[in-house]
Design a protein. Structure first.
Length: 175
């Protein structure tokens, strides 16, 4: 198997100006211009914003999950690691904890809004590109399976909201 064939099978683009490509950048620009005339693509600022908030969301999720795992491990160890317990307890109460939680809430809210905007912007771009290429966009229509999955999930969501609102009923008072 030749080196070029392995690179192509591994996912290397066949668009470019090297000798083993199927189409040059100039030819691709002409094809894209004809096929997607009138389609406004994602700008470099939108792409940078998408990348930045994707990284921020991933890091924030990782930090939250890791901190929950660490706090659970501390509870299981009966606080044998005093220095780590002291460090974590700094954020539990007081003004520092309040500002830390408020900061995390604000960052999560901003990241959530941006991630939803990215999702709907990419869906809109996908729809416009499919229509510009002469196809139809059936992804905008709900199927029977999606409706059933949503209907089945509604009672679970209602239960979670009830438990969250009435969590004092479920807390163990004997501790």
């Amino acid at each position: 198997m030749s080196k070029e064939h392995r690179l192509t099978k591994a996912g290397e683009s066949r668009i470019g100006n090297s000798p083993n490509t199927a189409i040059t950048f100039e030819e691709w620009s002409v094809i894209a211009g004809v096929c997607f005339e009138g389609v406004s693509t994602i700008s470099s600022h939108e792409r940078d914003l998408t990348t930045a908030f994707g990284i921020i969301s991933y890091l924030l999720l990782s930090i939250v999950v890791i901190s929950k795992i660490l706090s659970s491990a501390l509870e299981d160890m009966d606080h044998k690691q005093a220095w780590l317990t002291k460090c974590c307890s700094t954020f539990d109460g007081g003004i520092v904890g309040l500002y830390a939680k408020l900061g995390i809430d604000v960052v999560v809210a901003i990241a959530l809004v941006v991630q939803f905007w990215v999702f709907f912007r990419l869906r809109q771009l996908q729809s416009v590109m499919i229509r510009a290429a002469g196809g139809s966009f059936p992804d905008g229509q709900w199927t029977f399976g999606q409706i059933v999955a949503t209907v089945i999930f509604v009672p679970v969501a209602a239960e979670v909201m009830f438990v969250w609102k009435r969590r004092s009923l479920y807390l163990d008072r004997s501790m």
